[in-house]
Design a protein around this ligand. Structure first.
Ligand code: SAM
Length: 244
């Protein structure tokens, strides 16, 4: 089967359960992509994952313009969960917000939480569109897990309900270097990135007063929020995550 697996060029996310003997029905959009765009037909192989059952090699068993079906052949990879890391960020312009979600999914965030801070530029997000970006990123990067994109929530409400057992890597123009700030060890974490306008004084004071919030500097230059998200995830993953 290994030569069949390496010939499988397409990797697709599906909602359906995956397992020995399972048949996966395809909707019109999936059929258009597989048979119209990728030119697959009955007997071809591809890889699928659903974020729960790992990655599976499947064979096209039915193909038409409006639908089709895939049959599970064998599991090619088990589900690999990322570390328990959330990324909290204040939505910025559309393309840059899309970038943050895509990169967070590629870099191994377990959950992506848009938060509305006092100076957040955007008051609305299209959660379904952002979730689709996370799915595409997982398809592309070989991930077997797809982080959930949460609804936009006000930062003050999120902090009021903050779980005691989760640390916050609070990205601010602080004096402490990351290695020192992250020395409290692994476990449950969240990274918090502010909006283009930065955090308000009240937000900053509130975060500094929280015992599990750790202010982290990302260097002497002010990074754009999307760059800061990627830089912070890189730091966290290399010091406490699954890159070690
Ligand atoms: N004018 C804003 C300020 O001074 O706070 C700039 C905000 S910056 C564009 C957006 C977010 O990226 C910040 O709220 C912070 O979370 C993060 N950030 C950018 N540069 C940083 C740095 N050098 N150290 C720590 N965090 C940084």
């Amino acid at each position: 089967m290994s030569n069949v697996k390496s010939s499988a060029k397409v990797r697709l996310f599906v909602e359906h359960p995956l397992g020995q003997g399972q048949t996966i029905p395809l909707d019109r959009d999936q059929a258009h992509y597989l048979f119209g765009v990728m030119r697959h037909s009955v007997g071809d192989f591809l890889l699928v994952f659903n974020g729960r059952d790992g990655e599976w090699l499947v064979e096209v068993t039915e193909a038409s313009k409006r639908g089709g079906a895939l049959g599970c052949v064998e599991q090619t990879r088990p589900l690999q969960m990322p570390p328990d890391l959330w990324l909290l960020f204040a939505p910025i312009k559309k393309a840059r917000t899309d970038f943050i979600v895509e990169k967070a999914a590629e870099m191994g965030a377990a959950r992506i939480c848009p938060v509305q801070t006092e100076f957040t530029n955007s008051e609305r997000i299209r959660r379904d569109r952002l979730q689709a970006h996370a799915v595409e990123a997982a398809e592309q990067c070989g991930g077997t897990f797809v982080p959930e994109v949460a609804e936009l929530e006000r930062l003050d409400r999120v902090l009021a309900d903050w779980p005691e057992d989760r640390q916050i890597m609070f990205c601010d123009e602080a004096l402490v270097g990351a290695a020192q700030a992250l020395s409290s060890g692994g476990g449950k974490w969240a990274i918090l990135i502010g909006p283009e306008g930065g955090f308000s004084d009240a937000e900053r004071a509130r975060l500094h007063a929280m015992p599990n919030a750790h202010a982290v500097s990302l260097g002497p230059r002010i990074l754009r929020a999307d760059t800061a998200a990627v830089a912070a995830m890189t730091l966290w993953q290399s010091l406490l995550g699954d890159w070690a």
